[in-house]
Design a protein. Structure first.
Length: 330
């Protein structure tokens, strides 16, 4: 019997057994197990399934209906009349559709711009005023946000009333006597201006609080350093505040576009798309085609075209997010 240091004793002349090989465990990929790779998808699966059920299936149904002639008679009898893309062709060939589309886009851009600019200015104001005024502004914003849509619309109709509105009386006392008996709802442009003010008044609080939260994340030391370097207020905003606010501004702008593009209640409650259809937007046209006239196939085609516009806006938003992420990584 011979022994060597560190090796178990074995009979002379025998070969030592081969050391066992350590085989890598299956399922490992770059240091991650299969469970690590599939767990996020498993956690998201219930939410994705719910989204597909609640949003995906109605969208598919909408697309199928847009390819049919579905008027009141077909709805009652259950008759399936397929017309292909005729509903889309009729909508795209209608000059009124393009007029209303351009009006909706201009109206949406104006309202979103007013909302974001107003919210930004109030957020900056709350950042610099004393705490008492800040609390007063915050309470006022919350109260404006809490007013129901129809109630707020009714209040604005009283304010802009032709005979008894407080706005015309105030303008008259300020010397603008031409506003005595002036009708703010006599044209589509002035009607949309009033509707836009209603929407901005109720949308500004959300934007303000979102931007103010972003401003609170900027350390005061950065503003102090900018002041020491001799930066003006505008230069401090560009160098310190804007980098923190830019992603939030992008987010609230995107959300405002989606919400304001499909505004219905305020437009319908004020003038029902009047006078003479001059304040009609795409959601109002969708209602008039579908519910009022029972042309559900044509209305579904208009809804699908609205969906395409929103998808294009969403794609642009995602593109901006990717670019911002790449800029941060660079």
């Amino acid at each position: 019997m011979t022994t060597t240091q560190g090796v178990a004793a074995m009979p002379a002349g025998t070969t030592p057994p081969a050391s066992p090989r350590v085989t890598p465990r299956r399922g490992r990929r770059k240091g991650l197990r299969v469970g690590d790779l599939t767990l996020p998808y498993l956690l998201m699966a219930p939410a994705l399934a719910l989204v597909l059920v609640l949003l995906g299936w109605p969208t598919i149904q909408l697309l199928f209906i847009s390819l049919r002639k579905l008027d009141l008679s077909e709805l009652v009898t259950g008759k399936m009349v397929w017309v292909g893309f005729d509903n889309y062709s009729a909508a795209l060939a209608d000059p009124e559709f393009w007029t209303i589309t351009v009006r909706t886009l201009v109206f949406t851009a104006s309202v979103v711009g007013g909302t974001v600019v107003g919210g930004l200015l109030i957020a900056l104001l709350m950042r610099h005023v004393n705490p008492v005024i800040r609390v007063f502004l915050q309470v006022t914003l919350v109260l404006a946000w809490a007013v129901p849509i129809i109630a707020a619309t009714t209040i604005f109709q009283w304010i802009f009333d032709q005979q008894y509105g407080i706005l015309n009386k105030t303008l008259d006392r300020l010397g603008f006597h031409s506003f005595i008996g002036f009708s703010w709802f006599s044209s589509g442009t002035s009607t949309l201006v009033v509707i836009g003010l209603i929407i901005v008044w109720q949308a500004v609080p959300f934007v303000t609080f979102a931007l103010y939260a972003g401003l609170l994340g900027v350390p005061r030391e950065q503003y102090e350093a900018a002041g020491i370097d001799g930066a003006s207020g505008w230069q401090a905003f560009r160098a310190v505040s804007w980098p923190a606010l830019r992603p939030i501004v992008t987010m609230v702008t995107f959300l405002s576009v989606i919400w304001d593009f499909q505004v219905f209640a305020q437009v319908w409650a004020v003038k029902q798309g009047g006078p003479d259809g001059e304040s009609t937007t795409l959601p109002i046209l969708l209602y008039l085609k579908g519910i009022a006239s029972s042309h559900f196939g044509a209305a579904s085609a208009i809804a699908a075209l609205m969906l395409v516009i929103l998808v294009a806006v969403t794609a642009r938003y995602i593109q901006l997010l990717v670019r911002a992420r790449e800029a941060d990584l660079a």
